[in-house]
Design a protein around this ligand. Structure first.
Ligand code: KMH
Ligand code: ZN
Length: 283
């Protein structure tokens, strides 16, 4: 397997994951949780080089939510106010039931995450049964929603290969994987781990990587040097440097863009990201 940035792209796809489901607004006041905050964050991150946004929505009390109305409103607002590719999380929070997670797809985002297995998640369990994964994959095929396969541990890449063998290619025909590294309970966020994970990447797949917490920078540098793309954002890390909190998501996206340029793989524009991922242009 040769690591590849995918479909002839020599640049870097930068995805921002601004919110997540784990941090509380009370503890992280600069976390974007309202629709207005989310849209402004998307605009700021697009301006500095992001082309996709991975979205978890929050309700009026800033709690993680999979409410259909909120999801649809969020997709519409991000489409209307930014050019970003809109990716909804089907991972949700560890407490979310499968039916609600499947129903996320009814909000018809451009892309959606699809986690490829169960993993310990700190003190909790992030449950992703095989039958559930297959159902997500099939519903995304039917709706022409492009999946991003989230990989928290290497065995999940074996499951991805099985999924593609048994149930066919995803919508758009291209396989894009995101290595989520450094979750307590998942694979560590190290260069060695990233390199060995790539050996199991499906043929022709592109990948991005994100490192949780203090693994953010090592994973970013390892991914760039291995031909990968980047996901950054406050979902994954709240510290910018030793002893320094993240100011906002755009600060993280701007650093990813700067490192991409230094690596001679500058951030790709949304059009190129659409072509890379196989997201239909008429979205
Ligand atoms: N919040 C985590 C339990 C995803 O967005 O698809 C799952 C997660 C993955 O963040
Ligand atoms: Zn997420």
């Amino acid at each position: 397997m040769t690591a590849s940035s995918g479909r002839g792209s020599s640049g870097t796809l930068i995805t921002v994951a601004p919110t997540g489901a784990e941090h509380s607004k009370a503890e992280v006041p600069n976390l974007p949780v309202t629709l207005e905050e989310l849209v402004r964050t998307g605009q700021d991150c697009e301006r500095v080089g992001a082309s996709m946004i991975h979205v978890h929505v929050r309700d009026a009390e800033a709690r993680p939510s999979l409410d259909q109305g909120l999801l649809k409103e969020t997709v519409a607002a991000l489409r209307g106010e930014t050019n970003l590719i809109v990716q909804l999380s089907t991972g949700g929070a560890v407490t979310d039931p499968e039916e609600d997670r499947l129903a996320v797809l009814d909000a018809m985002p451009d892309s959606a995450s699809c986690t490829m297995g169960t993993v310990n998640f700190g003190d909790a369990v992030f449950m992703n049964r095989w039958e559930f994964i297959v159902e997500l994959h099939k519903r995304m095929q039917e709706r022409e929603i492009v999946p991003e396969y989230e990989i928290f541990d290497v065995g999940q890449l074996a499951s991805l290969n099985r999924l593609l063998d048994e149930h066919g290619a995803p919508a758009g025909g291209h396989v894009h994987v995101d290595l989520v590294m450094g979750v307590p309970g998942g694979m560590p966020g190290t260069t060695e781990m990233l390199t060995s994970a790539l050996r199991l990447l499906p043929q022709g797949a592109s990948f991005s990587a994100t490192g949780i917490g203090r693994t953010s920078l090592p994973v970013m540098l390892a991914s760039l040097s291995a031909g990968g793309h980047l996901r950054v954002g406050m979902e994954d890390t709240l510290s910018y440097a030793r002893g320094e909190r993240v100011r906002d998501n755009a600060q993280l996206a701007a650093r990813a863009a700067a490192l991409s340029r230094i690596a001679q793989r500058p951030p790709i524009a949304v059009d190129e990201a659409l072509a890379l991922l196989g997201v239909r242009q008429s979205r």
